[in-house]
Design a protein around this ligand. Structure first.
Ligand code: ZN
Ligand code: ZN
Length: 354
């Protein structure tokens, strides 16, 4: 058999040509001269296969990935090494250079290619929502029967920021569209409902309190009849703090801990701890705030009673003794509260009166 190109009659013809002639016209890879990638000018997400993907990818990375994706390596290649280079940027066009080394039919060949990657800049739907101030939910940060403390507002701002920052990586609608400061509290307008829900639970984990959602119909899709809702999420902080004294069912207790799941109180009759879930919030009555806890002195102690002075009128008051008072001695100062004509000794707790 003769090679139609060079007339050689070597054995081992490939696709009708001798190996030399075959390799001369062989191309390691195919790559279009011009490649176009649609990217969001705001978040660098790219549009691929009908979907907006990722975000915050470096432009260079987008270009390299576009090249990699456009390259089609010939199936006859046994082993290849491909190097991509961006020669220069001309506006939004990257002039690229591709160096390929490959082994085909046992022979190593080197080839180079050129291609242009054009970054078509546009705005992705998430960014366009953000730019237009779109929001799916409003977090109403409030406190029950009192004003929010400045410290609580500062902390809430930090929690909102932090939560959004960590969620934004996965959810581009995790942004603060607006913040409104009002007499009754702070409103945070959040791009994504899901993100807002997470923030509300972060706030509750920090402060405790009660979360309530109320959807409001904002419009109706005429063709499907489906309603479009915006959700108001109220995060209401409790009207009590640790060390306050509360009534709950038939118990009198001093609050010793508050978290996102529950309130823990120390029963002032039995001195056992009990916890109350936030669902029961409305059954809790604050009977004395930490500020209203008074001090008195022990004036005598018997096996069954402890006597203190009523801090208001200095009359002697008898209190049933409990094992937690065992260490107390005559003359010791104790914290006391008067509730419904009864006096209770409040064991000292770490944080002092607020
Ligand atoms: Zn030939
Ligand atoms: Zn975007």
């Amino acid at each position: 058999m003769f090679c139609p190109e060079c007339g050689n009659s070597n054995s081992g013809m490939i696709e009708g040509l001798c190996r030399e002639c075959f390799l001369k016209q062989f191309s390691i890879l195919k790559i279009p001269e011009n490649i176009e990638v649609t990217v969001c000018a705001h978040c660098n997400a790219k549009f691929e296969e009908g979907k907006w993907k990722e975000s915050n990818i470096l432009e260079e990375e987008i270009i390299y990935r576009a090249l990699e994706k456009a390259i089609e390596i010939d199936s006859l290649i046994e082993k290849e090494e491909i190097e991509l280079k961006i020669l220069q940027m001309r506006g939004t066009i990257a002039e690229c250079y591709i160096e390929a080394v490959a082994i085909v039919f046992g022979k190593e060949i080197h080839q180079t290619y050129e291609a242009n990657v054009r970054l078509k800049k546009t705005v992705c739907p998430d960014c366009s929502k953000r730019n237009s101030g779109y929001y799916e939910a409003v977090i109403q940060f409030r406190s029950d029967k009192r004003e929010l403390a400045n410290e609580e507002i500062t902390q809430a701002d930090k929690i909102v920021k932090k939560s959004l920052r960590s969620q934004f990586k996965r959810n581009k609608l995790a942004y603060l569209a607006e913040k409104a400061i009002m007499k009754e509290g702070i409103d945070y307008y959040i791009g994504s409902y899901k993100a807002a829900k997470k923030i509300a639970s972060d706030l509750k984990n920090r402060f405790g309190g009660v979360i309530k959602e109320s959807p409001r119909l904002i419009s109706q899709d005429k063709s499907t009849g489906k309603g479009l809702y915006r959700i108001w999420i109220s995060v209401r902080l409790p009207n009590f703090k640790t060390i306050d004294v509360i009534k709950y069912l038939n118990k009198i207790g001093q609050i010793i801990a508050i978290d996102g799941n529950k309130i823990v109180a120390n029963d002032l009759n039995t001195f056992d701890n009990f916890s109350i879930s936030w669902k029961e919030y409305n059954s809790i009555e604050v009977v004395k705030t930490g500020k209203e806890i008074k001090t008195s002195n022990i004036i005598s102690k018997s096996p069954s009673k402890i006597q203190i002075l009523n801090p208001d009128n200095y009359e002697v008051v008898d209190i049933d003794i409990h094992k937690v008072f065992k260490e107390y001695e005559i003359g010791d100062e104790v914290n006391v509260v008067k509730i419904d004509e009864n006096f209770y000794i409040v064991p000292e707790i770490e944080n002092n009166k607020k």
